[in-house]
Design a protein around this ligand. Sequence first.
Ligand code: ADE
Length: 212
Amino acid sequence: MGVITESIIGRAVKKGILDISCVQIREFTADKHRRVDAPPYGGGVGMVMQADPIYKCYQHVCEEFSQKPHTIYMTPKGKTLTQQRCKELSKLDGFFIICGHYEGIDERLIKKIQPEEISIGNYVLTGGELPALVLVDAVGRLCDGVLSSEECYTGESHWNGLLEYPQYTRPEVWEGLRVPEVLLSGHHKNIEQWRKENQLTASSCGLSDPGC
Ligand code: ADE
């Protein structure tokens, strides 16, 4: 869970700028072994997460926040996350993320809550926890006050459909490779020009959705 306790996001949590909490779905099952999954009706491999513990957990969160939070379900079937959607989510007061596991979630829960379904890419992970952390990191850093200045992200990859220019730091020569001369020149106009020329458009890199 380093994502929410360390570095930029961790500092924002400690300062009270972000409030991130995890809820254990097992707390909401009536099963004496705290099970929250069962075999799928109709047969097949794997287990399916039951609707009721997740729904009770959702109701608990609604009570805690005294309103229905925007709810997101992390699933490979969802719409692929973009920087644009991260910006929009960063403007909300908060949101509740459901992490799927096993072979998925009982479809009736999806019908009942109608969460926004988000995928972090066209591959399948064993559960929604890592995708949820990706979402929290990508959205959290865009929330007001988390980064020191807006500049920190307005120039960076994906903000305007452009990918960030290459960066270099000390030493000037590493393993025989020199930092481009222009960056050492102190000539701000030329540096700006060089950086512009070295920002690629997302589509030229084969990314169909530049995220903006
Ligand atoms: N759960 C499993 N794989 C996922 C993915 N690619 N995106 C979001 N949630 C997932």
